[in-house]
Design a protein around this ligand. Structure first.
Ligand code: PXG
Length: 293
């Protein structure tokens, strides 16, 4: 059975799901999106993802064609139509079809809403047991002075380029620095370092305020770990006791190596492993039910 996607008001099989080549999402990356996961018949942190989608839209002055309640219901419906108990959901909202000019006023039909939902998503495979190998990308994260990192926009070229650098050295992920040389985040994940039972992650002024990041801060605090949000440099990563990335797709991903240097003992550290388990337990036991009981 083919996946069914929501495309501008209709539910269509994946092979027939299409948008106009004059859609400004395609022409200019002019739009916003979310990456959401469902576990065990529930959508994890659905409200937070819908809130962030609407904030991203607001920030780019994109008029959402529906309410948050309607968007929430559509995401749940996408799971139901695809028989998803555990899976990945990708709502996208583009500026819509316009002409070849940049001017958003040309997109007279209004925003295009698309919802992709697929059962399962496997990311790094066995890398979770051995730990991820990460490199530092040579080019810098687009600075907040140019584009707010809080906007989850359809323009990910900066991050894709970082990923290409990781691929070139067979690394699993790429770390990005800000213009000042402080650590910002990975290509699609936030980053934490651990030293003597204290966690540090960069402030969100230069990276996406990740929902997994926020969740991990809560889980770590509940477990008595100190969590600091402050800038740090590559020295602090290379010499950390432990390091991990966080993201909806990656969950809590242990980092074993950065730029060829082993982190700690070069394998997932004990606090990282504790948080990986705590995160797993939380995603498996909370969330918005897909089906009404
Ligand atoms: N930073 C960036 C730049 C991201 O795109 C995160 C951090 C983590 O945020 P959440 O809220 O998910 O904890 C993201 C996540 C993927 C994928 O397939 C993930 C994202 C975007 C595109 C692809 O892993 N966003």
């Amino acid at each position: 059975m083919e996946n069914l996607f929501y495309v501008k008001g209709d539910w269509v099989p994946q092979s027939q799901a299409k948008v106009s080549i004059l859609d400004h999402g395609f022409l200019y990356g002019d739009g916003v999106f979310e990456g959401i996961r469902a576990y065990n018949g529930r959508v994890f942190k659905l409200e937070k993802h819908v809130d962030r989608l609407f904030l991203s839209a607001k920030a780019i002055d994109l008029q959402m064609p529906m309410s948050k309640a309607e968007m929430t219901e559509l995401i749940l419906e996408a799971c139901r139509r695809n028989n998803i108990e555990t899976g990945y959901i990708r709502p996208l909202v583009t500026r819509g079809e316009g002409d070849l000019g940049l001017d958003p006023r040309k997109c007279k039909k209004g925003a295009s809403v698309i919802i992709i939902a697929v059962p399962q998503l496997s990311l790094y495979g066995d890398a979770y047991e051995r730990g991820l190998s990460v490199i530092t990308a040579s080019h810098r994260r687009v600075p907040p002075q140019s584009l707010s990192p809080s906007i989850k926009s359809l323009n990910y070229l900066n991050n894709v380029l970082a990923r290409i650098e990781a691929n070139a050295t067979n690394a699993d992920e790429a770390l990005m620095l800000d213009l000042q040389g402080f650590v910002s985040e990975a290509s699609a994940d936030n980053l934490f370092i651990v030293n003597k039972k204290a966690l540090t992650t960069p402030p969100t002024s230069t990276n996406l305020p990740g929902i997994t990041r926020e969740t991990v801060i809560e889980l770590a605090t509940q477990r008595g770990y100190q969590v600091r949000e402050q800038f740090f440099s590559l020295f602090d990563v290379w010499t950390a006791d432990e390091c991990f990335i966080t993201g909806t797709a990656a969950e809590v991903g242990p980092v074993a190596k950065v730029d060829g240097r082993p982190i700690g003992e070069g394998k997932p550290g004990p606090i990282t492993k504790e948080l990986m388990k705590a995160y797993r337990d939380l995603v498996m036991s909370t969330g918005t039910p897909i089906r009404k009981k």
